[in-house]
Design a protein around this ligand. Structure first.
Ligand code: GLU
Length: 304
C-alpha cells in the first residue's frame, strides 16, 4: 500500500460525511481535531467521506467546505474525496484476501438480525458463510474473519477500551452488497495513506476503533493515536433532535457556535471574551487542553 511522506509529527484530520450541512455535532469534531493539531504545530486535513451516494445530500459536500471556511478553519492539503479512492480500497481488500482473511457472504441484514445475536454495534454475525457459501446461495458482500481475543487501545480522553471482535462484533463487512467499500476499510486505508498520526472524532466511533486497529494490524499499517470527544445530548441523555445539535450551524454567524462548542469541550473560559473570529482562534489555539475534557461518551449541550 502506498503511504505518503510523513513530514509532520502530528497530522490530524476531520472526515465529514456529506449527509447534510455542518451541524453542532460535526462542528465539535472539527474544532477538537483542528485545535489539537494546530495548537502543537501539526497539520490538519479534511477528507470528504462520500462513498455512500445513497445517503449523500446534493450540495452538502460544498456546503460543509464553505461553512468550515467561513468559520476560519484552514486545511493544509487539498480535500481528499473518498469517491475517488476505489482503487486503493480494492487493493487493500486484495491484500487481505491474499492473506486468507476475506470470505464471501450470502446473508442479508434481515437474515442476520433474525438470528437474534444483538451486539452493541448491531447484530453480531454468527459465522454462517465463514466456511463457505451454503449450497445454492450467491455472494452478496465480502467479510473479514474477525480475530478472537481482546483488542485494546488507550484513548487519550476516554481511557482504555478492550473489545473481543469475534465475540462482540463478529466478522464484519468490507465490501457491501451494493458494491460500496465499507467505512471501516476506507477509513483505515485513507488514514494511513494520508499519513494521519492522530485521530480526534466523536465518541460514537469509539466502538469502531478496535475494528480499525484490527485492519491496521492485518494490513501492517501504523496505528494512529485516538481521542474520542463526547457527543452532545439533551439533559435526559438522549441524542439531540433536529432543532438543536442536528440543526445546521450558521456560516454567517460563526462566533456564537464556536464559543458554544468551546464550552461543550470544557475548555477554560477566555480571560476576555473574543470580539471576532481572529481573536477566538488566537485565544483558543493558545489555551486548548484535552485534559479538561472528561472521560464521558456524552455531555449535555451547553446554552448559547
Ligand atoms: N465520516 C464519519 C462521520 O461523519 C467520521 C469518520 C471518522 O472520523 O473516522 O461520522
Amino acid at each position: 500500500m502506498q503511504i505518503t511522506d510523513r513530514t509532520s509529527v502530528y497530522r490530524g484530520r476531520f472526515a465529514p460525511s456529506p449527509t447534510g450541512p455542518l451541524h453542532f455535532g460535526s462542528l465539535v469534531a472539527a474544532l477538537g481535531s483542528y485545535l489539537d493539531a494546530c495548537s502543537c504545530g501539526g497539520e490538519w486535513l479534511v477528507r470528504m467521506e462520500d462513498l455512500d451516494r445513497t445517503r449523500e445530500v446534493p450540495g452538502a459536500r460544498d456546503a460543509i467546505l464553505r461553512t468550515l471556511d467561513a468559520f476560519g478553519f484552514a486545511w493544509d492539503r487539498p480535500v481528499l474525496y473518498q469517491s475517488t479512492r476505489t482503487d486503493a480500497y480494492a487493493e487493500a481488500l486484495e491484500q487481505l484476501r491474499g492473506d486468507g482473511l476475506v470470505f464471501p457472504c450470502a446473508c442479508s441484514r434481515s437474515e442476520i438480525t433474525a438470528l437474534g445475536h444483538e451486539g452493541q454495534e448491531g447484530p453480531i454475525y454468527p459465522g454462517t458463510c465463514r466456511a463457505g457459501l451454503p449450497p445454492g446461495r450467491r455472494a452478496r458482500s465480502l467479510r473479514v474473519r474477525a480475530q478472537s481475543g481482546p483488542i485494546a487501545f488507550r484513548d487519550r480522553i476516554q481511557g482504555k477500551l478492550t473489545q473481543d471482535l469475534a465475540r462482540e462484533v463478529g466478522d464484519f463487512v468490507l465490501k457491501r452488497a451494493d458494491g460500496i467499500h465499507a467505512y471501516q476499510l476506507a477509513v483505515v486505508v485513507d488514514d494511513a495513506s494520508q499519513g494521519v498520526t492522530h485521530v480526534v472524532r466523536g465518541a460514537d466511533l469509539m466502538p469502531s476503533t478496535p475494528r480499525q486497529i484490527f485492519l491496521q494490524q492485518a494490513l501492517q499499517l501504523t496505528i494512529p493515536v485516538y481521542a474520542h470527544l463526547p457527543l452532545a445530548v439533551d439533559p435526559e441523555g438522549r441524542k439531540l433532535s433536529k432543532s438543536d445539535a442536528a440543526a445546521p450551524v450558521d456560516p454567517r454567524n460563526p462566533l456564537p457556535a464556536l464559543l458554544q462548542a468551546w464550552r461543550f469541550l470544557v475548555q477554560l473560559p477566555f480571560a476576555e471574551s473574543p470580539a471576532n473570529l481572529d481573536e477566538f482562534w488566537q485565544q483558543a489555539l493558545a489555551s486548548w487542553r484535552t485534559v479538561h475534557i472528561s472521560a464521558a461518551r456524552t455531555r449535555p449541550l451547553p446554552a448559547r
